[in-house]
Design a protein around this ligand. Structure first.
Ligand code: AP5
Ligand code: ZN
Length: 217
């Protein structure tokens, strides 16, 4: 199955993507995590992405589309993948459609996570992620690690993301409304979108998401 997860920053895309990908035995492909891994490894790609991310702006499509498609071409993604944070504007959605078509593939579903802005702000303010792997995500109040400041998955140190400060979050929300939301209508025209509420416990949201996927009811 090939799935796209859309939603504002802090909606819980990464949290849900990890659980859904495990349930469905497909890789979780997060462009945000790929950029953060490149930044911590000090690669050229990371160097190109860093300033855009710190400002809350999108990394240019030329950099992003190639990186994402390369990840989708890895052997573990042959049977499908769950995209988290990509595509993020209409140009990326069109590029993805074209690349999939050339490869004789298509998307099966787009899940749109809906969450009020005040909840997003609370989720982002309390988020802590792991130094070793930014897909290890916690929340000081809603999903605290067993030991304060220590990742339950790998024992790494937890910290607050550089782009989780108030100004950058405001900019990320603007970018979401201006550039990312239009992809929902783009995919609606293909009959692919289901909107689900991302409020409630992590398990409740996972259950709603699973029910929204074709053939999973
Ligand atoms: P990215 O890493 O994709 O960030 P984002 O879209 O802003 O999303 P977040 O990671 O902030 O939130 P999330 O929805 O994954 O929430 P999470 O599960 O962590 O992108 C970062 C940057 O990279 C972009 O700004 C851009 O610069 C660049 N970039 C990435 N992709 C790009 C692309 N395609 N093109 C161009 N640039 C790109 O949850 C949030 C918190 O809430 C956590 O603490 C979690 O524990 C908690 N939580 C989750 N679910 C619940 C729940 N049900 N109840 C209570 N708490 C919950
Ligand atoms: Zn970890």
């Amino acid at each position: 199955m090939r799935i796209v997860l859309v939603g504002p920053p802090g909606a819980g895309k990464g949290t849900q993507a990890a659980l859904l990908a495990e349930n469905l035995s497909i890789p979780h492909v997060s462009t945000g995590d790929l950029f953060r891994a490149n930044i911590s490894q000090g690669t050229e790609l990371g160097r190109q992405a860093k300033a855009y991310m710190e400002a809350g702006n999108l990394v240019p499509d030329e950099v992003t589309v190639g990186m994402a498609w390369d990840r989708m071409g890895q052997p573990d993604a042959a049977g499908g993948f769950l995209l988290d944070g990509f595509p993020r504007n209409v140009a990326q959605a069109v590029a993805l459609d074209g690349l999939l078509k050339e490869a004789g593939l298509e998307l099966d579903a787009v899940l749109d996570l809906e969450v009020p802005e005040d909840e997003v702000v609370k989720r982002i303010a309390g988020r802590r992620i792991c130094r070793n792997d930014s897909s290890h995500v916690f929340h000081v109040e809603y999903s605290p690690p067993e030991r304060e400041g220590v990742c339950d998955v790998c024992g790494g140190e937890l910290y607050q993301r550089e782009d989780d400060n108030e100004d950058t979050v405001r900019r990320r929300l603007e970018v979401y409304h201006e550039e990312t939301e239009p992809i929902i209508d783009y995919f609606k025209a293909q009959g692919l979108v289901t909107t689900i509420s991302a409020l409630g416990s992590v398990a409740e949201v996972t259950r709603r998401a699973m029910e929204a996927l074709p053939g999973q009811r």
